[in-house]
Ligand binder design. Structure first.
Ligand SMILES: [Zn+2]
Length: 316
């Protein structure tokens, strides 16, 4: 992808997840960005673009300001990882850049672990992907799922993805989305215990920022927006559940001192539907970030459906 092909006036928003010293960490298999690569990427982006803050983008989108840099870049950090406090935040402060942080509320408030993160660390801890693939299928067999059920899912889901081989895509899809919610949570817990060997609460405290740390981001001029409460695929749940997810995250934002008028939503997995957009409009949300890859259009009518680039789309 050539990010330089975007029309002038479009915004380059970059999405980050894990940013840490991966090689020296306990989980060198985790898929993320090395801190040194992050710093090199900031050098690169700074040489090509002007970093803007969420407040500048919000002011432009709401029409409060007509000014917007020709080549603007906004940095976004999803999922509320401790990495963002330990590595990203001090680096952004040093460079006087304001970043946007989107922590899901439940892991912070209840020391729970998102299934998606449990899956990442199962994969990072599993030295043998084949064994994990077989263990997942054995968990299904133990719950009386038929061989043909398993085979059909393998043939449909085990396709190599943008960053992952076929077996890993199968494991991720089955545990993130395909199996019924209760079942996939239960199997994920089983595999987490087996491969990561830690309690959920203990691991949650290591993985995510605390409320006090997130408050410090806000006080220091960083932007903190909504990434919902549970981190569900919003397009897979009913409108009333979506509204609860959004209300609970707004309560969380209020508690940590972040704005809840003219605020920014970041859809978990980039997933939303028409109900989501209707709810967000009612609740004074002005910008929504998806995971659709590309430059973010500054069209005010489409501001709830902004594209983002991934960190892997730029030199690291
Ligand atoms: Zn997320």
């Amino acid at each position: 992808m050539d990010a330089s092909m975007q029309k002038p006036g479009d915004l380059t928003t970059v999405m980050y997840h894990y940013v840490r010293e991966i090689k020296n960490s306990r989980y060198p298999g985790i898929k993320g960005l090395e801190f040194a690569g992050f710093k090199r990427q900031l050098d690169y982006l700074g040489s090509q673009y002007e970093f803007i803050s969420a407040e500048q983008l919000i002011a432009y989108i709401t029409g409060e300001s007509a000014d917007f840099p020709e080549k603007a870049c906004l940095l976004t950090f999803d999922d509320g990882y401790r990495d963002h406090f330990d590595f990203v935040f001090p680096e952004l402060m040093k460079r006087k850049i304001s970043g946007c942080f989107f922590p899901p509320a439940r892991p912070v408030e209840e020391n729970s672990l998102l299934d998606v993160n449990a899956i990442h660390f199962i994969l990072a801890s599993a030295t043998d992907t084949n064994r994990l693939f077989n263990d997942l299928n054995d968990e299904l067999r133990a719950r009386d799922f038929s061989e043909s059920f398993i085979e059909q899912h393998i043939s449909r889901l085990a396709q190599p993805g943008r960053y992952d081989p076929a077996e890993i895509i199968y494991i991720k899809r089955m545990l993130q989305r395909e199996l019924p919610f209760e079942l996939r949570t239960e199997i994920t817990r089983q595999l987490f215990e087996k491969y990561v060997e830690k309690s959920e609460a203990e691991f949650s405290k290591e993985l995510y920022m605390t409320a006090a740390e997130i408050e410090e981001l806000v006080r220091s001029g960083m932007y903190v927006g909504s990434h919902t409460y549970h981190h569900f695929w919003l397009n897979a749940v009913a409108a009333d559940t979506q509204e609860q997810e959004i209300d609970r995250s707004l309560q969380f934002l209020t508690n940590i001192g972040a704005p809840t008028r003219n605020w920014i939503m970041c859809y978990p997995y980039g997933a939303y539907n028409a109900d989501t957009l209707e709810i967000l409009q009612r609740k004074y949300c002005v910008i929504g970030f998806t995971t659709k890859v590309g430059a973010s259009s500054l069209d005010r009518q489409a501001a709830l459906e902004m594209n983002r680039f991934d960190t892997n789309d730029f030199p690291q």
